[in-house]
Design a protein around this ligand. Sequence first.
Ligand code: URA
Length: 433
Amino acid sequence: MRMVDIIAKKRDGETLATKEIEDFVRAYTADQIPDYQASAFAMAIYFQGMDEQESAALTKAMAASGDQLDLSRISGTKVDKHSTGGVGDKTTFILSPIVAAAGVPVAKLSGRGLGHTGGTIDKLEAFPGFKTELDEDTFIELVNKHKIAIAGQSGNLTPADKKLYALRDVTATVNAMPLIASSIMSKKIAAGSDAIVLDVKVGSGAFMTDLPAAKELAQTMVNIGNELGKRTVAVISDMDQPLGRMVGNTLEVKEVIDVLRGNGPEDIRRLSVRLAAHMLVLGGKAKDVEAGEALANDLIRDGSALNVFRDFIAHQGADPALVDEPEQLVKSDYSVTVKAPAAGYVSSINATDIGRAASMLGAGRMTKADTIDHAVGVEMKAKVGDWVKEGEALVDLHANRDDVEEVVNLVKESYQIGGSAPEERPLIFHEMI
Ligand code: URA
C-alpha cells in the first residue's frame, strides 16, 4: 500500500492492519518515507487515535527497528521499571538493589537526561570511575553473577522512535496518547525484560499534569505490554513537588544511600518500596504487594539492599568506600539559602521550576552537548504542608558560582506560601495490576 493511502485510512478513522504499520515503521526508519508524510500520519493518529492492537503493532515494530537485548542467558524473571520522569526521582537506585537482594535479576538499560536534571546514567556517574558503557557479554555476566547491572542504552536502540519523536517534537504531535505510549513501551520491549512496572507521574513536574490523562497513558501502556506478552503493571504517583529533598546528581545519590541505610525522606522511601514490591510480585518472590512491601522493608532493615548497592558500585568500576562515606563525593563551592519572604504554610511548589533551577546551576543539560556538574543542585528544606517562619530556609542551592540571583528568583516564584495548611495529596493515586 502507498503511504498516502495509509495516511488517508487513518485520517478517515479506519483501523490500520499490522502490516501497514510495520511497513510504515520499516520504510520510515530506512528514510524511504519523507518527513512530510510521516508528519501527516502522526497528525492523523493525534486526531483519530489507535486501538489496542494498532498501538501494540506500532510498539513492536519500533522495538524491532534497531538493536534488541536478548536476556535469555539470564535465568529468572527479569523485571524492569520505568518512570515517565520527574524531579528528584531516584527510585531506580533504591528499588534495584532491593529486588536484586531478593534474587530478582535487574538488567537495566537507562538513558541520560535532557532538561530538568540528569538521568539515571548521569546520576551513577556521580561516582567517579563508574562504567556505564558495558558490552552485552559483560552486562549479562554481571547480572548472572551479582543479580544487578545498569548500563547506558546503545545508540541503535529503537531508531524508529528516535526519528519519529524528533518529528513529533516539531509538528505538535508529541501529546498523542498512542504515540507517547508506543514510544515509551518500544524502548522497554527492546530492552528485553519479561515484566515491566511503570511509574506514571502526575502533577506540576510531570509529563501528565492531570489524573485522567495519567490514567489514560498508564492504561494504554499496560494494554500494550500485556498484548505483547510482557506482564505490565502501573502505579500512578505524585509529581506535584520534587520527590525527596534532593535534586541534582550527587545530592540525589547521597539521599539514596540515606534511604538504603533505613533513613531518608518518607515519600521517596515509601514509593521506592511500593514499586519494589510490585517487582517482587512479578519476579515471583512475593505472593502479593503487601508481602512484597514487607520483604522490601526487611531487605532495607537488615542491610542487604545497601550491601548489594555497594557491591554494584564496585563491580561497575567505582570506589565502594564512597557508599559508606558519601561525604567524600564531590561537593559544590557555594551554598546559597533561599529564604521564605513571609510566614505561612507552604501550599505548593512548582516541581518543574525546581528542576529548571537545578539545571540552571548545571545539574542538567539544556542541549545534548552540555556537560553535567555533578556537585550542584537544590536541597529542599521546606516541602508542601510545612510551616515556615519569615526568613526561614526554603531551599539551599548548591552552586559552583556565586552569581545565582536568577536561580534564587525562580525558586522563590516556585513556592506558594499561604495562611492555611494545604489539602494533602496522595503519594500514590492509583494502581493498575
Ligand atoms: N517519553 C518518551 O520516551 N516518549 C514520548 O513520546 C514521551 C515521553
